[in-house]
Ligand binder design. Structure first.
Ligand code: SF4
Ligand code: SF4
Ligand code: SF4
Length: 344
């Protein structure tokens, strides 16, 4: 792996060839504010917050799109850099509602964070009057375009990560907005409700309908299919109240689909869940022990020839459990009639 030596703010660091200046700075613990950058997405260079000064280079290049080179000398906090960053954020704030206290993203908002970092205390520019109706059509999250800063993280996520392409930046100039094909609601678009765009939105523009704070977290594996996505559950009062993808998960690296992201709390907490086997007696389903249920099934099986029996396994079970199930069908029941509900 070829390495370059460079200097950032007087600190000598090493960076792997192919890294951007932003990545090199971050890996050395040097903070550069950003809004459109995301480690999972291709560099975009639109928010202009990550501009830096590089000796021998004209202007203020965006560090997220500039690759490191040998001997590079970078300054991330000069007066010129700060002036450009402040201007960029002040313009965003001028076009942004002052709703922080009632915003679901309050205290977790990247726009707040950079405004605070840059010490913006007053509004230099007159407020504009952008007024969009909130799209509440999706069952899980809303789009409030009034809080959108047009960083396109959502659009790029939908294209680069989920490969759905449900949303894009549409229209021009001041009318530019995140839109679906034909400017329909999200519900009427091809959106799959995976929520990947929402988790990457730096502001409250894409936000959960309901935010539930948790008291502690539990790492687990999604039970919905056999992929084995790692997830972190937020728990409060012994109930699952939130779900997020675990970036350390080998098979999902933090990503989740609609079922894992939004289908866990209601399902896990449902009082309608079956917690014991049920046996029909006199036309009524009655609770039974596992021993009783298994004995009953075994006695019924003995009335059939092996080829009259089929075993359908579960896509929610682990690979190992499914393996044992087909083994049981073939070795114990003597049938090759084995299937799995995953292929519906
Ligand atoms: S998106 Fe951020 S800055 Fe905008 S209202 Fe919400 S918390 Fe405040
Ligand atoms: S929820 Fe998923 S499919 Fe829908 S717009 Fe966002 S990233 Fe695309
Ligand atoms: S909705 Fe969020 S992620 Fe998408 S462009 Fe607007 S601010 Fe960026």
């Amino acid at each position: 792996m070829e390495k370059y030596k460079l200097t950032i703010n007087g600190k000598h660091i090493e960076a792997v060839r192919g890294m951007t200046v932003l990545e090199a700075a971050n890996s050395a613990g040097i903070y550069i504010p950003t809004l459109c950058a995301d480690p999972d997405l291709e560099p975009y260079g639109s928010c202009r917050l990550c501009v830096v000064e590089i000796e021998g280079m004209r202007g203020l290049p965006t560090s997220c799109t500039t690759p490191v080179t040998e001997g590079m000398v970078v300054h991330t906090e000069t007066p010129a850099v700060t002036a450009v960053r402040k201007m960029a954020v002040e313009l965003l704030i001028a076009d942004h509602p002052a709703d922080c206290l009632t915003c679901t993203k309050n205290q977790n908002c990247e726009l707040q964070k950079v405004a605070n970092y840059l010490g913006i205390k007053e509004l230099r520019f007159p407020k504009t009057t952008r007024k969009y109706e909130i799209d509440t059509s999706n069952p899980f999250f809303d789009i409030d375009r009034n809080k959108c800063i047009l960083c396109a993280r959502c659009v790029r996520t939908c294209n680069e990560i989920t490969c759905v392409g449900a949303i894009d930046l549409a229209f021009r100039g001041n009318d530019t907005k995140v839109a679906t094909f034909g400017d329909k609601t999200l519900f009427d678009s091809i959106c799959q409700s995976c929520g990947e765009c929402m988790v990457r939105c730096p502001t409250g523009a894409l936000a959960l309908k309901e935010v539930n704070n948790y008291t502690h977290e539990v790492k687990t594996t999604c039970p919905y299919c056999g992929v084995g996505c790692s997830m972190i559950l937020g728990v409060r009062n012994n109930k699952v109240v939130s779900v997020k993808g675990n970036r350390e998960g080998a098979s999902n690296q933090g990503k989740l689909c609609v079922k894992g992201r939004f289908g866990i709390p209601e399902f896990v907490n449902s009082p309608e869940r079956l917690t014991t086997p049920l046996i029909k007696k006199n036309g009524k389903l009655e609770k039974a022990s596992w021993d009783e249920a298994i004995r009953l099934i075994a006695s019924k099986f003995s009335n059939y020839q092996p080829e009259e029996v089929a075993v359908v396994s579960s896509s929610r079970a682990t690979n190992e459990a499914n393996y044992i199930t087909q083994k049981f069908a073939r070795s114990a029941l003597g049938t090759n009639n084995v299937d799995n509900c995953a292929r519906v």
